[in-house]
Design a protein around this ligand. Structure first.
Ligand SMILES: Cc1cc2nc3c(=O)[nH]c(=O)nc-3n(C[C@H](O)[C@H](O)[C@H](O)COP(=O)(O)OP(=O)(O)OC[C@H]3O[C@@H](n4cnc5c(N)ncnc54)[C@H](O)[C@@H]3O)c2cc1C
Length: 415
């Protein structure tokens, strides 16, 4: 209601008049510092564990030692599985099996937070392993379809193909006949997964990996989008905005999708392999594909988000980030342009165990949110856990933000 006592006496323009008579609606923008909402699903004990873990990861020295020791212990087959499972695994993974992950998913459902089932096993090679992955993914798709809050599954093409084969295709070398057949089998595996997902109305996120295998990954994702994104969106490709060529690639992918008559599924992330990318480029003497600095990555990320939000008729966007500024920018843009918070073409996402302040507060304000929830045997998800530990150490500010929010909530509960 307008406050008449504040109504000015001078004559008003039509716009000014409207401003007084119809004050802006109550904003639905989330508050990322509301720790009561952020951590409602965590028990006191779980919060304490998170506090311990993030304090540990806050120290690059301790993290380095911890990562080295874990790797050694796993190589020597020392009995450390229990310790890993009770600490870092529980923080960042949904469970060892899909059934365990399902329990975590149903807890998140109570807070309107969705889940992306991520079969987190990495680094397995061999045709038998790749074939075995297909039914494992189809099982996850069918399970997701039976649940209200699991709209996505994610996959890595390296879970279905030999890394060296992808590398060879990326480099443009000619494949032998046997390799061509091998590549055809990879295509068929991915197609079977996407086909099952399309029929079950589950969306598939194709993760981005190292830049030197990305061309065939992009090609596969495009081929699947062309097959399965005609009537509704099933497949999303991933755009790593820490690469200086990806904003242009995002625009080109949009153009291609429009020309070929499908909706582009665009998952935007900053990118997880920065140190590795830079080191390889320096070792092999080619220009680094990574942006010169963080500011450039942030600029392209936010431009990518806005580019997609401006074109929601032709693009479905998946905003995968722990960056509060990028999430707020997207939420504000949506509000200012009257895009409903629960627009079917907009998803926000964070990794399980990280940035709950963003996920749970966005969900509380009505936005679509889904957490990446990896699951798999402890020993097989170690590479994923290592990346989380490293990321939380290398990303300046993030761990201390996480820690201070956890401490704030512990203190609030005591009071
Ligand atoms: C839901 C979800 C899905 C994901 N899927 C993928 C995936 O498929 N593939 C993948 O590679 N990653 C993936 N990631 C990880 C992601 O790429 C980032 O590593 C992570 O999210 C940190 O970036 P941020 O936007 O959250 O936060 P921020 O803390 O704002 O950004 C940190 C990121 O900025 C970039 N950066 C930092 N310093 C510099 C610098 N000096 N110069 C240039 N850039 C810099 C790096 O990418 C770094 O990871 C995913 C993340 C999420 C949340």
């Amino acid at each position: 209601m307008s406050d008449i006592s504040k109504f000015p006496t001078r004559s008003l323009s039509r716009i000014e008049m409207l401003k007084y008579l119809c004050p802006p609606m109550q904003t639905m923008l989330p508050q990322f510092d509301d720790t009561a909402i952020a951590f409602e699903y965590r028990s006191d004990k779980e919060l304490k564990r998170a506090e311990f873990l993030f304090s540990f990861m806050n120290s690059p020295f301790l993290t380095k030692i911890g990562m080295g020791a874990t790797k050694l212990a796993m190589d020597w087959k020392l009995p450390v599985k229990g310790l890993i499972k009770k600490t870092i695994f529980q923080q960042f993974c949904g469970g060892e099996t899909m059934e365990e992950a399902a329990r975590t998913a149903s807890t998140l459902a109570k807070y309107h937070v969705g889940v992306i089932l991520d079969y987190g096993v990495e680094g397995k090679e061999g045709e038998a392993e790749f074939d075995h992955a297909v039914p494992e993914f189809i099982k996850a798709i069918n399970y997701a379809a039976s649940q209200k809050n699991i709209p996505f599954i994610s996959l890595k093409v390296t879970g279905f193909s030999r890394f060296a084969l992808l590398e060879k295709i990326h480099s443009g070398e000619t494949l032998t006949d046997a390799e061509q057949q091998e590549w055809q089998r990879v295509y068929e595996r991915i197609k079977r997964v996407c086909d099952a997902a399309c029929r079950a109305n589950i969306m598939v996120l194709v993760d981005a990996e190292e830049s030197w295998i990305q061309q065939p990954v992009d090609d596969l994702a495009d081929a699947m989008m062309e097959l399965y994104n005609k009537e509704r969106v099933t497949v999303f490709n991933t755009f790593q905005m820490y690469r200086h060529d990806r904003l242009v690639f995002l625009q080109a992918s949009d153009k291609k999708a429009m020309e070929r008559g499908y909706t582009l599924g665009a998952k935007l992330v900053r990118g997880a392999y920065m140190e590795k990318e830079r080191a390889r480029a320096a070792d092999m003497g080619y220009p680094s594909p990574i942006q010169p600095d963080k500011v450039s990555t942030d600029r392209d990320y936010d431009e990518g988000v806005l580019y997609c939000l401006e074109r929601l008729k032709e693009i479905a966007v998946f905003i995968g980030t722990h960056n509060e500024h990028s999430c707020m920018l997207a939420a504000k843009y949506m509000e200012e342009h009257n895009i409903p918070a629960n627009h079917p073409h907009v998803y926000f996402s964070q990794l399980y165990g990280m940035s709950d302040n963003i996920s749970f507060n966005l969900a509380h304000s009505g936005y679509h949110v889904a957490k990446y929830l990896p699951y798999g045997p402890v020993k097989d998800v170690i590479p994923y856990l290592m990346r989380r530990a490293q990321e939380n150490t290398s990303v300046s500010g993030q761990t201390s933000r996480e820690l201070s929010l956890i401490r704030k909530e512990i203190k609030r509960r005591k009071l």
